[in-house]
Ligand binder design. Structure first.
Ligand code: CP
Length: 307
């Protein structure tokens, strides 16, 4: 029986795993990974409680390409809805599935409960606090674009959401990275991620900063990154939140500080909100290569889970 590894947080990966997953995702992306079928005897469950275009398709297509068969569950399908516990759900599924890819958009403790067994790998396809497979996709994309992650200067503009949190945990483990976030006041990183990123940056020789305005932006950037203002599965109680976010729109003016920077976006995008159409559809944008890399990175994760 193959061993099982879970991916619920970037924190679950040691440095060797993190670097290997990024490198392997880039190999799948470049077409140099061969045609391995490590999941040929496996059945993969794909459970999405919230909407998804990219992540669900990436893991489904990736699993099929690696030889697996798939069972897909929608938000209304499991007895979780009628009160069965997460522990019982994980225990039962682990007798029938080899991997479960789950977007709960909720408390990651639910996924930890599913992972309290040793037969079925559990992959977090986005919980409320973190989107770890997005961060692996993003680093895979950086590796493809620049040939490295070390030493890159990255500016993240927008909400300190689950994508930003996972990115913080991953990027600050690469020496020489300068990672700066500009988050709207009241919409910054959760304290755990801010503190962890600062501690990691100090340990790995990276730089990490978070500010809440758009003045004195860093220069010489390699990457400008944003996410949509209405993160999947969330809403904002403040009826005036758009006024707080408005100064954080990514426009072409940002390229005055870093004319060579590429633009990244985890998608889906709302042109005219977090980014202008000129930027998203312009020459600096690699957002759609990034989206395709979700599948290549998913294949690296699935392979890693089962070997
Ligand atoms: N970026 C991302 O997670 O996209 P989906 O919500 O479409 O999966």
């Amino acid at each position: 029986m193959a061993s099982v590894r879970h991916l619920i947080s970037i924190d679950d990966l040691d440095d060797a795993d993190l670097y290997a997953l990024v490198t392997r995702g880039a190999e799948f992306s470049a077409g140099t990974a061969g045609r391995p079928a490590p999941l040929a005897d496996d059945v993969v469950g794909v459970y999405f409680r919230k909407t998804s275009t990219r992540t669900r398709t990436a893991f489904s297509s990736g699993a099929l390409r690696l030889g697996a068969r798939i069972i897909a569950y929608g938000p209304g399908d499991l007895q979780l809805n009628t009160g069965e516990t997460s522990e019982d759900t994980g225990r039962v599924m682990s007798g029938m599935l080899d991997v479960i890819v789950a977007r709960t958009a909720g408390d990651p403790a639910e996924l930890r409960a599913w992972a309290a067994q040793e037969r079925m790998a559990v992959i977090n396809a986005m919980s409320a606090d973190e989107h770890p497979t997005q961060a692996l996709t993003d680093l895979t994309t950086l590796h493809r674009q620049f040939g490295r992650v070390e030493g890159l200067r990255v500016l993240y503009v927008g909400e300190g959401n689950n994508t930003a949190s996972a990115l913080c945990l991953a990027l600050t483990r690469f020496p020489g990275v300068e990672f700066e976030l500009r988050t709207p006041p009241g919409y910054g990183l959760a304290p755990y991620y801010r503190e962890r990123a600062g501690e990691q940056a100090a340990r790995y020789g990276a730089v990490f900063r978070e500010c809440h305005d758009m003045t004195d932006l860093p220069v010489g950037l390699d990457v400008v990154y944003t996410t949509r203002w209405q993160t999947t599965g969330t809403s904002k109680p403040d009826p005036d939140w758009r006024a707080v976010f408005a100064p954080f729109q990514v426009t072409e003016a940002l390229w005055e500080a870093g004319p060579k920077a590429v633009f990244m976006h985890d998608l889906p995008a709302h042109r005219g909100d977090e980014v202008t159409a000129e930027v998203l559809d312009g020459p600096a944008s690699i957002a759609f290569q990034q989206a395709e890399n979700k599948m290549h990175s998913a294949m690296a994760v699935l392979e890693w889970c089962r070997t």
